[in-house]
Ligand binder design. Structure first.
Ligand SMILES: Cc1cc2nc3c(=O)[nH]c(=O)nc-3n(C[C@H](O)[C@H](O)[C@H](O)COP(=O)(O)OP(=O)(O)OC[C@H]3O[C@@H](n4cnc5c(N)ncnc54)[C@H](O)[C@@H]3O)c2cc1C
Ligand code: FES
Length: 345
């Protein structure tokens, strides 16, 4: 895993609770990335190292700077720290870009639909910009849910793109705090719903479409259910999860256990409280294990189970690539009191 340090060139206010950090490319080792991937930022906050992934809102073909867009999460440690503390000129530690929520150039696809809500727009706008520049034969559609225009991230950028790519880009806004305005007939009241999706796609050659979804789990389910009704091939549906959604039922037989963690040659016995992952417990105990997504999507926290039993819960994606003894510690919970895991040796 390569790490870099980046200098903050600008901090742009997008909405009342969202900012974009613009980073200068390093002088020598330029960072290569694909539209839709994410950058993992780390800060030491009150003595403890915190790490969080943020999707690129910039696109390699469109933007000179590396940009990530961060929304404040109520009580959120990292997002509030960034909003309150980060300044132009600051140096930030980042990991190399990761993520497979990217556009693959498939010649059979002539129309792409982007479905997003709130800060879910970040990877979508990155891919939209890239596709508009690099794939002139592809039609782009954005269906974007927010409270109202004031809270709509990248409204100006989207409006500029609409002018620049009049014939290739269409946008529908959904507002939960809707106010009727004759000028804005493309704004709909409420949430993105199945009826709208089925109607929008009813005359479309569905096998020639691709779909990118980023937003809360309800949005993902609504879109995927509607696309299933339309028999859209699963291979052309892509989604990105910002957050792991835990189902309390999955934790019924999990107990507080002690886990022995071997990291960089040192063994530490860590108490893993019921409901906390092995990764969270290790971080709480001051062991700075490597991690990024915390949704079971990357491999940064991958450890090897040497003894005992663990279960992985809530992975955002199918992980057929893992070996039997491989466990993603951000989603791992001990089932026995003799668990011994090794990471980063
Ligand atoms: C692949 C990936 C890409 C991401 N890209 C972006 C991005 O482009 N822009 C962006 O703003 N965020 C993005 N996130 C989310 C981001 O990494 C952090 O999780 C988020 O900023 C919250 O961190 P925090 O430390 O402030 O909150 P924490 O202190 O970690 O969490 C505080 C509370 O908020 C809840 N919470 C955590 N994340 C969210 C969330 N996203 N929405 C609502 N509640 C939440 C937690 O369950 C917890 O209860 C991305 C996440 C992933 C996995
Ligand atoms: S931190 Fe990405 S899989 Fe655990």
């Amino acid at each position: 895993m390569k790490n870099y340090t980046l200098k903050v060139h600008d901090v742009k206010k997008e909405t009342q609770d969202t900012i974009t950090l613009c980073f200068k490319q390093p002088g020598l080792r330029k960072i290569k990335y694909q539209a839709g991937q994410y950058l993992t930022l780390s800060f030491r906050i009150n003595g403890r190292k915190y790490t969080r992934p943020y999707s690129f809102s910039s696109a390699p073909s469109a933007d000179a700077f590396l940009e990530t867009t961060i929304k404040r999460v109520p009580e959120g440690v990292f997002s509030n720290y960034v909003h309150d503390s980060i300044q132009v000129g600051d140096i930030v530690e980042v990991m190399e870009p990761m993520g497979d929520f990217v556009h693959t150039n498939d010649e059979s696809i002539n129309e792409i639909y982007f479905w997003g809500v709130g800060s879910g727009i970040t990877p979508l706008i990155s891919i939209i910009k890239e596709v508009l520049i690099s794939n002139p034969l592809v039609q782009v559609n954005l269906i974007y849910g927010n409270k109202n225009f004031e809270s709509t991230i990248f409204l100006d950028t989207i409006n500029q793109l609409l002018v620049q790519y009049t014939s290739r880009l269409k946008v529908w806004h959904f507002h939960t705090q809707y106010t009727h305005d004759e000028k804005h007939h493309f704004v709909k009241s409420g949430r993105i719903n199945q009826e709208f999706i089925l109607n929008l796609l009813k005359d479309v050659a569905i096998e020639k479409t691709a779909h990118y979804i980023c937003g809360p789990v309800d949005l993902k389910n609504t879109i995927k259910e509607a696309l299933a009704v339309l028999e859209c091939p699963k291979a052309t549906i892509f989604s990105e999860d910002f957050e792991l959604v835990k189902d309390p039922k999955d934790f019924e037989d999990i107990l507080t256990q002690h886990v022995n963690i071997r990291f960089q040659g040192n063994d530490t016995l860590v108490e893993v409280l019921k409901g906390k992952s092995v990764l969270e417990s290790a971080l709480d105990a001051g062991i700075e294990l490597p991690y990024s997504c915390q949704t079971g999507s990357c491999n940064t926290c991958k450890g090897k189970l040497k003894e005992g039993k663990m279960r992985m819960i809530g992975l955002a994606k199918d992980r057929d690539d893992l070996e039997k003894e491989d466990y993603l510690l951000c989603c791992s919970y001990p089932l026995t009191d003799n668990v011994y895991v090794e990471i980063g040796n």
